[in-house]
Design a protein around this ligand. Sequence first.
Ligand code: SF4
Length: 78
Amino acid sequence: MTRTRRLLVDPIRCDAHGLCAELLPEMVQLDDWGYPIVSDQAVPAHLLGHARRAVAACPTLALLFAEAEVAQPARSRR
Ligand code: SF4
C-alpha cells in the first residue's frame, strides 16, 4: 500500500481569494469567478512542500489534504 495525498476544496468555505493558485499553479487553476479548480491527481512528491504551504496559507481553511491508501499494482513476472 502507498499513501497518496490529494487536494480538496471545501466550496462552502472558499471565498475565492485565489492564493492557492498563486502558490501552487501546477495543481490549482481559477475559474472565471476566481474559484479554484484543483487537480484530482495525487500531489507529486516534488510539490508536497508547495502544497503544504498552500493549505496553510488558505485564509478560510478551505483547502485541504485528503490522504488515501492506494494498493500498488502487482508486478508482472517474466
Ligand atoms: S486560498 Fe482558500 S479561499 Fe482562496 S481560493 Fe484557494 S481555497 Fe479558496
